[in-house]
Structures are given as C-alpha cells and as structure tokens.
Design a protein around this ligand. Structure first.
Ligand code: NCD
Length: 356
C-alpha cells in the first residue's frame, strides 16, 4: 500500500515505495497471468487535455492487463470542457464514475487542483512544462533493470531542460539516491528552472550545467535525451533557433562507454538519429515498454490503498502567481501560495515561480 493517494509530483512516492513498485512490476512482467484479474470490476478514467501516445496507451493497456476497464477522453473538445466546464466540476463528475483517474493537462498544477476535488486517486500524467511523475517511474524502473541499482551513476540529461517536465520529475526523484552525479546539458536559454536548482543545492546534489554534449559523452552511464518542447515556446522563432541544438548520431556514440545506455521519454523528433536505434545501448523502446509494467504496479497499489482524501483546503492565501501557464490563471484554486523549504515563496500549484 502506498502512503499517498494522489501522485502529483515525484516526491509523492518514497524511495522504498518506488523500490517495491519495481519489484512488483518485475513480477507482473514475469507472470502476467497472476495479475490478469487483479483489478476486475475497477474503472480507470483517462482525462487527456493534451496529446499523448505512450502515457495514455500504457495506462490503458496496463488497466486492461489487470482485468479492469477504461473510460475517458483524449480530445477535450469532444467533452463538456468545450462547453466551458471547470476542471473542478469535471473532476467531481469523473470521480463519481471511476475508481482511479489519470490526467494530462497543458496548465501547470491542473492535476493538483483535481486532487482537491477528487474522492478517488489522481495520477498526474504531465502538467504543462512542470512535472510528469509516472514517466519518472518508467525511467527509474529502466535504470534499475539495466544496472540493478539506482545509485552511483553519472547521468547526463540533455536537451530542453527548461520546459521538459520529464526532466524536472527525474531530477527531483533521482536526487534522493546515493552517489548520483548529474550533468545537465542544454543551451543557456533552456536551462532548468530556478526551483530545481534550489532543490539540488539544498539536497547537496553533485551537478554541473554545460552546453557541449560531446565533452561528456565518454564518461556517463546514462544519457537521457529529450525533445526541444516546441509547444511551450511563446515565440516560434526562438524554437527554430534551438530545435537542432543536439543530435545524437552513430559518430558521437563511438565516444560513449560500452555499457552506457541512451534513454528518451519519447516522442523523438530529430535529437537521436534513427541509425542509433540499432545500437544495443539504445534503451528508449524498452523504456516505453517498462512504462506499462510499472504503471500496472502503480494502479494496483493505488487501488489497494485506503488513504483518505486527506488534502485539506486550509486557508486560501491567494496571491497572484506570475506564471501565465499556471492553472490558477484560469480557475479558482484553493490554498495557492505556500512557503517552500527553500525559504522562497513558490506557487504551490505550478511550483516554479518564486514570489518576492
Ligand atoms: C513526454 C511528455 O509528454 O512530457 N512524453 C511522454 O510522456 N513519454 C516527453 C515529450 O513530450 O517530449
């Protein structure tokens, strides 16, 4: 059983819980027949307000493989959202039909808002450029399977570190393991947000920020490539300037260690040449498959749980958040501003913005 009922950011799962989920995912992969009725009679709702291939289909196939059923939408224009329904109302309605809900939304903090209104577990399947905790589970599970551990590794994360939500969640989650060294490779304009830098400093994580991938490729155990997130740029000309910043090809892979692995949350655009796919170190399609098994484990554990919907509304200390992409900009949100451990005021929904 898990402590949390709502998986909104990667820290909602303890390191020990992630380890147990990995063990369970292994068992599910080895003996699928033992779990084929584990969620019989249960309904998973998928609320996808943004495009998705792997995340939605892996959640859906995970639920079907557990003997459960799935409802939901992948195109919000075909739901009452198009009539102007609030996220709060959609959440309350879906919670009355289903047993567990998975939500992807372009606004940062949307699944957190949903958790205030939901009587059933809510899983964040990606909120804007903020967080993506189940991709992180997929990533950690893949690292665990390849190396037999999630510690003492040198990991380069390359690409769009500013808008890449998979990157944000991965950094926060992996920073908790021993002996992790992070090399953050990006153009200056796409470096990680300040709140993550503060997090790494506070947790004494060994890291460096660089622009040149080739200078480090020979020394890393994991190279985590990411797509430049076109849809998050305000000015498309800025995207055009940066879109080809990194292209991993066969030539560059000659410098890499024999036992390193290449990971990518996918979709790939052009940051990994397709010729690299044949390299045994290319792990990204296996990573996508691992995502289904670890999501099976997560669904089962959340449905077993009886944690109450214990997020309390508290006193709303509403203060304007500067982030135009915050859910608080389009919907009334309870208890918006909270003091974070870093000593700075951050929006408790989109996280990134320090106020004052
Ligand atoms: C990622 C996402 O949606 O954030 N994809 C995924 O869920 N596997 C990465 C991306 O879109 O670049």
């Amino acid at each position: 059983m898990l402590d949390a009922k709502f998986i909104i950011d990667p820290l909602d799962l303890r390191v020990e819980e992630i380890h147990d989920l990995c063990l369970l995912a292994d068992k599910m992969q080895e003996n699928p027949q033992d779990y084929q009725d584990a969620c019989h009679g249960k309904l998973l709702a998928t609320l996808f307000y943004e495009p998705s291939t792997r995340t939605r289909l892996s959640f859906e196939s995970a639920m079907y493989r557990l003997g459960g059923n799935v409802i939901g939408f992948s195109d919000p224009t075909a739901s009452s959202v198009a009539k102007g329904e609030s996220l709060a109302d959609t959440t309350r309605t879906v919670a009355a039909y289903a047993d567990i809900m998975v939500m992807r939304h372009p606004k940062e903090g949307a699944p957190k808002l949903a958790s205030f209104y939901s009587s059933i577990p809510v899983i964040n399947a990606g909120d804007g450029g903020h967080q993506h905790p189940t991709q992180t589970l997929t990533d950690l599970y893949t690292i665990y399977k390849v190396f037999g551990r999630i510690s003492h590794l040198k990991i380069a994360i390359c690409g769009d570190l500013k808008f890449g939500r998979t990157v944000h969640s991965l950094i926060q989650a992996i920073a908790r393991y021993e002996g992790i060294e992070l090399i953050l490779v990006s153009p200056q304009q796409l470096q990680i947000p300040d709140y993550l830098l503060a997090y790494m400093v506070q947790n004494k994580i060994k890291y460096k920020q660089i622009e040149d991938l080739e200078s480090v490729i020979h020394e890393v155990d994991v190279l985590y490539m990411t797509r430049i997130q076109k849809e998050r740029f305000v000015l498309q000309q800025d995207y055009e300037k940066l879109k080809d910043s990194y292209i991993l090809d066969v030539e560059k892979m000659k410098q890499a260690k024999k036992d390193m692995i290449i990971m990518h949350p996918l979709p790939r655009v052009n940051e990994i040449a397709t010729q690299v796919d044949a390299d045994p170190r290319a792990m990204y399609f296996i990573q996508a498959q691992n995502g289904m098994f670890i999501r099976m484990a997560l669904i089962l554990k959340l449905l077993e749980g009886n944690a109450s919907s214990s997020i309390t509304l508290g006193n709303a200390t509403v203060q304007d958040c500067d982030n135009p992409n915050c859910i608080g900009k389009i919907e009334q949100v309870p208890a918006q501003m909270l003091q974070k451990e870093t000593g700075k005021l951050c929006c408790s929904y989109c996280g990134a913005i320090e106020i004052g």
